[in-house]
Every structure is written in C-alpha cells, then in structure tokens.
Write a protein of this length. Structure first.
Length: 248
C-alpha cells in the first residue's frame, strides 16, 4: 500500500502543479468527478486498473513508466547541492538563469519565450542541470524537479554569495512604492526567548511564501511575478537576467 500511496500522491502533486482539477480528469476520461475522487483516494487506489492509471498518466503528460518513476523518486530527492555544484551554476549566468526558472516550475517553451536563449542553448543548460541531478529532462523537453520540499541553497555557499554580491544592491535600489511592494525597517530590544520566538515567526512566514508559491503555480506564467523578500518585498530579478530578455 505504501507504493500505491506514493503513486497517488505523485498524481495529485502533478494535478496541483499543472493547475488541473478532479473535474478536468473526469471530463477527459468521461467519468463523474465523484468517480475520480474515489479512484484517487488511498482506500480505493489499489483497485485502479492499469488501463485507468495509464489514462490518467497520459492526461498529465506522462507515460505510465514516467509517473511510476516520479513516485519512486519522491523519497530520494536532493535537499541541497554540493559547493562544487553551486559553483558550477554561478560560473555560467545562462545556466543559473535556467536553473532558477526550472526551480520555479517554468516550462521549456516559457523560458524560450521570455529570455534570449536558442532551443539548443536552453537544452544544453537543462542537460547540465540533469547531470547535476537538480532536474530530470523528460521526453518533449519536459522538466521534472528532483528537489525535496525543504531544498535550499547552502548557507554560506556560492549561490548565496553570488546574490549577495551581484543582486543585493540592485534589490534595495528601489522606491518600494509600487503595488505589492513594501519596505520596513524595525528595531527592538529582545531577550533570547523573544528573539527565538521571532525567528520562529520568520520560519513560518517563509513556509507561507512556499505554500503561496505552490498555490500560484496553477495560474499562467504571465500572471505570476518573481518576488523576493528580505523583510522588504518588490518585483525583482537580477540585472544579468534582465539583460537576456527578448525585446518587446
């Protein structure tokens, strides 16, 4: 049953990432929404036929083998890269750009549409990310992330240093006056216990941002904005990325 649950969880995760609902599956398979809910429930999943599973997989853009592999790798996802791997990313701006896009669930076509990369360039970067185990490049240039939910850059690693050196000044050099932008500077004198409590609040805020990021994935890319938070928030991307954008 553990394997069945992993498979069902993988299907549900893909539905969420693709912004699709049980109703969408029901329409595609010519079944009722209630039937789909029963099929994807943990109690009834074991009774699902291979044919039906293949139909749902195809609806999600996967072969039966691919969706099974997706489920099997769910417990072996990476939590961080090595310093050498992070150093490789920051050594190539286009590689880092594609990595950031992939981590934000951009599709191959969306990267090409927004940034000045040829298909060959973008594909070569994705293949390097595949070699780094950050992603798996699937048929038809589909991108599957191989990261755990708590994946993060190394605390004092090359990625954080890169954004500190090249992005921090650019991030803060703004009036923070546009809609959905804000800047706050606050000060207080706290005990150790109070400081820890505030740190806990920050961790919860970070988790909330991750949840809202996942929730936003169901919307088209044009309705999502790259947002950075440092107890200050504005729409932002590194200037080196902006320079690669296609001209309107």
């Amino acid at each position: 049953m553990t394997e069945i649950r992993q498979l069902l969880n993988s299907i549900k995760q893909q539905l969420k990432l693709q912004g699709k609902t049980y109703r969408d599956v029901a329409v595609a398979l010519d079944l009722s929404e209630a039937s789909i809910k029963r099929l994807l429930s943990a109690d009834n999943g074991a009774n699902m036929s291979i044919e039906r599973l293949a139909q749902i997989s195809q609806f999600l853009g996967f072969s039966l083998m691919e969706i099974t592999q997706e489920a099997n790798t769910s417990n072996t996802r990476i939590h961080s890269l090595s310093p050498a791997q992070e150093k490789e990313l920051v050594s190539d701006t286009k590689l880092l750009l594609v990595a950031v896009c992939a981590l934000n669930h951009w599709k191959f076509e969306e990267i090409l549409h927004v940034y000045q990369l040829s298909e060959t360039e973008c594909l070569s970067k994705l293949l390097r990310l595949d070699k780094l185990c950050l992603i798996s490049l699937m048929p038809n240039n589909r991108i599957r992330l191989n990261i755990a939910r708590d994946f993060d850059w190394l605390p004092h690693g090359p990625i954080r240093q890169y954004f500190h050196d090249t992005g921090m000044a650019d991030f803060l050099d703004a009036p923070f006056s546009h809609e959905y932008e804000s800047q706050h500077f606050i000060h207080g004198m706290l005990t150790d216990a109070a400081a820890e409590k505030f740190q806990a609040e920050i961790r919860q805020l970070r988790q909330k941002l991750a949840e809202l990021h996942t929730e936003s994935l169901s919307s088209p890319l044009k309705k999502r904005r790259g947002t950075a938070v440092l107890l200050a928030m504005r729409e932002w991307e590194p200037a080196s990325f902006t320079a690669l954008r296609r001209k309107p």
